[in-house]
Write a protein that binds this ligand. Structure first.
Ligand SMILES: [Zn+2]
Length: 462
């Protein structure tokens, strides 16, 4: 939870959802593909017949997603999950595609890997995020993956992809190959999970273009190759796919991309490192097995804050504010800490944080928390609404609105915010259920919102 509070949403339901997802994959076998694309039944002579009806395009993405949701931990918080989504969104806009139909996920997995699945599903492992040095490197990875989707580069023979293969592929790509034996390793292997070198070249060329258009310095992609070189010598267990095994030709890619950037210029200046710092602090807060947070005062304080160790966080954050009195990040983190300690100094610190960054959505969220804890419901409501106007993906603000609006004339909106919260915390089945039960009572804006959410959830493959 990015905002550090546990939320009373039933876990048993989520377990149900996992079961439903697995069943959905299997049901996909029985009901067959739904697609506008021409039927592809022309298997090459001599190749083994596909096991079960073939899936295509968006169906592949949906089935894969259903398998992935069933057993992996994702980051849904504001620090890590939302930052990756925001950068991915910029890249999708630059690529000229509908950003709402691209879905970015951060998987908890120590490998340095990232990959894309047809339909616009892009997965990044936290093992990769922990090794990257800045936002430009991440933008480089995402631009390359988005380009694989826009160019339709996928499994060697996409005409033969079945739901069963996808379950195996999900297990392999997401690092659970030991669980695939019963499914069909052979099926997954026949999909050839690696891109061709031509695909790699195309994705790099297009990806670099997206980076320039989205205003990210493209040199990040080159630095990312440096990160990959460091893991090139690693020996991996059989049937494990890494970034290097699915994206071949590192050395030639390195040289080619460097030459392209030399010709086109370095592009925009590096971004404000604030967002990246927050992402890394979010990762550090989730760190296990003895990994330590970053060395800076702010990083240590922020990690302590995320781990709800408030009395440790406060002096570190106070020091960080003394060191950089203008830093919006440090001010916002200290304000959050004071609100959570219910310290009267919170009011002044919230004001300072808002003055330093008027567009900072999470400060408005914490302003709402401050009012809520003091029983000032109307002021809290207004603050949460400001937070969402600035960042509609702030899941906890949606959750609070669902609580505050639970009774009274705006109750249908309360249910709508609950659905937004459920979707953003990756409980899509529950989100659809809640949306389906809302009676918009003639409110056209709400009806449009419901329709849009249902459509997006449908695309994400519930
Ligand atoms: Zn690639």
């Amino acid at each position: 939870m990015g905002l550090g509070e546990s939320v009373p949403i039933g876990n048993p339901l989520f377990r149900c959802l996992r079961m439903t997802c697995l069943l959905a994959v299997l049901a996909g076998c029985a009901s067959g593909p739904v697609s506008d694309e021409p039927a592809a039944t022309d298997a090459e002579p001599g190749s083994p017949p596909p096991s079960g009806p073939v899936l295509r395009g968006k169906e592949i993405g949906k089935s894969f997603m259903a398998s992935a949701l069933g057993g992996y931990r994702f980051y849904t918080d504001e620090d890590v999950g939302a930052t990756v989504r925001a950068i991915g969104h910029d890249i999708a806009v630059a690529a000229g595609v509908d950003p709402d139909s691209y879905h970015f996920f951060v998987v908890e997995n120590p490998q340095a890997n990232a990959f894309a699945i047809p339909g616009g599903y892009i997965f990044v492992f936290d093992g990769l995020l922990r090794r990257l040095g800045d936002e430009e490197e991440l933008a480089g990875v995402l631009a390359h993956e988005v380009a694989h989707v826009t160019h339709g580069h996928f499994f060697k023979d996409q005409k033969k992809v079945t739901a069963v293969d996808l379950m195996a592929a999900a297990a392999i790509l997401l690092g659970r190959s030991e669980s695939v034996a019963a499914v069909s390793l052979a099926g997954a292997a026949s999909m050839q999970l690696a891109y061709s070198r031509d695909n790699e070249r195309e994705a790099d060329v297009a990806g670099i273009s997206y980076l320039y258009d989205a205003d990210y310095a493209p040199g990040g992609l080159v630095r990312f190759f440096g990160v990959l070189r460091q893991q090139a010598h690693l020996v991996l267990p059989k049937n494990q796919y890494t970034y290097l095994s699915t994206h071949p030709g590192l050395e030639e890619r390195y040289d080619r991309v460097e030459r392209m950037i030399e010709r086109r210029g370095e592009g925009p200046a590096p971004r404000d490192p604030g967002r990246w710092q927050r992402l890394q602090a979010g990762l550090a807060a989730r760190a296990v097995d003895g990994r330590v947070p970053g060395e800076g005062t702010f990083e240590k304080g922020y990690a302590a804050l995320r781990a709800a160790r408030l009395s440790r966080a406060r002096p570190l954050l106070e020091q960080a504010v003394r060191e950089s009195p203008e830093s919006a990040m440090a001010l916002a983190a200290l304000a959050e800490c004071l609100v959570r300690q219910e310290d009267a100094a919170a009011a002044g610190m919230l004001e300072r944080a808002q003055a330093a960054d008027p567009q900072g959505a999470s400060v408005h969220f914490w302003q709402g928390e401050w009012h809520r804890r003091r029983g000032e419901a109307d002021l809290a409501l207004a603050a949460y609404e400001r937070a969402i106007a600035l960042d509609d993906e702030l899941s906890m603000a949606h959750f609070r609105l669902s609580q505050l609006l639970a009774e009274g004339p705006r109750a249908p909106w309360g249910r709508f915010h609950l659905a937004r919260y459920l979707r953003l915390t990756l409980k899509p089945g529950q989100a659809v259920q809640v949306l389906g039960e809302i009676d918009p009572a003639g409110d056209e804006v709400l009806q449009r919102g419901i329709n849009h959410q249902l459509q997006t959830l449908e695309e994400e493959g519930v």
